[in-house]
Design a protein around this ligand. Structure first.
Ligand code: NAP
Length: 327
């Protein structure tokens, strides 16, 4: 089968499409014929081996998992002996930030990590529904969000941001979204109550206060956002920030309450992917969540997809079609 192989860390041109052995599922695994996958920021970071600390899990000098890909949608083709609830022909999707080797024609996966695809979406849509939404849900989970609270989402057009806007509206928050002018209509269609064009206005200087600021693209800082946080407000970023400050501030800000007017930083280490997938699947079925899809690439052009995603300007998510004829 064809697979996208990375034998060393580096930029997208270190990836190669190669013929490799088709995986054989163990007793608790299923073999999935992949119809569609995504290239997301998790894949880009894994292929480059950054931040360096993540190599403790992925391999210090070279990647332990040498086929890229973390998200997939496809059909179960074979089941291991102890597989109980999935069967041949089932349509499944999934995500794992530790890597699934899903940039390939086939992959094997434990049946616990493969979830049935909602009937109302295509393989392509399913393949990009989880990564951004999982991180967005983890942002929301880390705080005690109440109905009607005011939340600002910076980067509302990205994979995480476009998911965050939809999830926050599901939890009935009041959402102010920040994006460039050309994407304001899209962000309004996702449910944002107010939209700020960052090319015209610096959102950190507006005369409004928010209970939460979610910077989903890591372009601001706690210190810049302090003036727009209410007393007791919380700043969360998807990025480590200058000198990894977002890792340290959560320990410092709660102890110097008077200096920071009770405002604090929270850094979400994403966890519990299954919980995220079950919520996302339910919301897709209820038509309350839809992943934003940008460009689509064929598997043979996946390096182009990586280069595009690394530019940091994608609109939502990028699909890789593994099967050309795909629902
Ligand atoms: N290390 C990891 O494993 C990992 C995994 C996932 C995500 N992340 C981090 O999380 C962040 C978000 O990921 P993502 O996939 O959601 O991002 P993304 O989809 O790549 O974000 C792209 C969007 O960012 C917006 N943007 C660019 N510059 C902006 C600015 N100055 N202000 C506001 N918006 C701006 C663009 O919107 P406009 O067209 O409107 O400008 C574009 O639509 C990234 O920083 C990424 O590194 C890290």
């Amino acid at each position: 089968m064809k697979a996208v192989v990375h034998k060393k860390y580096g930029p997208p041109n270190t990836l190669q499409i190669e013929e490799v052995e088709k995986p054989i599922p163990s007793d608790n695994e299923v073999l999935v014929k992949i119809y569609a996958t995504s290239v997301n920021r998790t894949d880009c970071a894994t292929v480059r081996g950054i931040p360096f600390l993540t190599r403790v899990g992925t391999g210090i000098f070279r990647p332990k998992i040498q086929i890229s890909g973390s998200e997939f949608a496809g059909v179960v083709e074979e089941t291991g002996e102890n597989v109980t609830f999935l069967k041949k022909g089932d349509k499944v999707f999934g995500f794992d930030d530790q890597g699934l080797k899903s940039h390939a024609e086939y992959m094997k996966i434990s049946e616990e990590k493969a979830f049935s695809i909602p009937q109302n979406i295509s393989f392509e849509q399913a393949a990009v529904s989880i990564e951004g939404a999982h991180y967005a849900y983890n942002f929301i989970n880390k705080v005690d969000l109440k109905t009607g609270q005011r939340v600002l989402v910076n980067g509302a057009t990205g994979a995480i941001g476009s998911s965050a806007v939809q999830l926050l509206k599901y939890y009935e928050a009041h959402v102010t979204a920040v994006c460039s002018g050309e994407h304001m209509d899209l962000v309004k269609s996702l449910g944002a109550d107010e939209v700020i064009d960052y090319t015209r206005e610096d959102f950190t200087k507006i005369d409004q206060k928010f209970q939460f600021v979610f910077d989903t693209v890591g372009k601001s800082s706690f210190f810049k956002c302090r003036p727009i946080l209410e007393n007791g407000g919380v700043y969360i970023s998807s990025d480590l920030g200058y000198r990894a400050q977002n890792l340290f501030l959560p320990f410092i800000t709660p102890f110097i309450k008077s200096l920071f007017e009770n405002k604090k930083t929270v850094f979400p280490f994403p966890s519990n992917i299954k919980r995220s997938i079950l919520l996302i699947r339910k919301l897709i079925e209820e038509e309350k969540f839809q992943a934003v899809v940008d460009r689509k690439y064929a598997l043979k052009d996946i390096l182009e997809a990586y280069r595009y995603v690394e530019e940091g300007q994608k609109l939502g998510n990028v699909v890789v079609k593994v099967l050309e004829k795909n629902e």
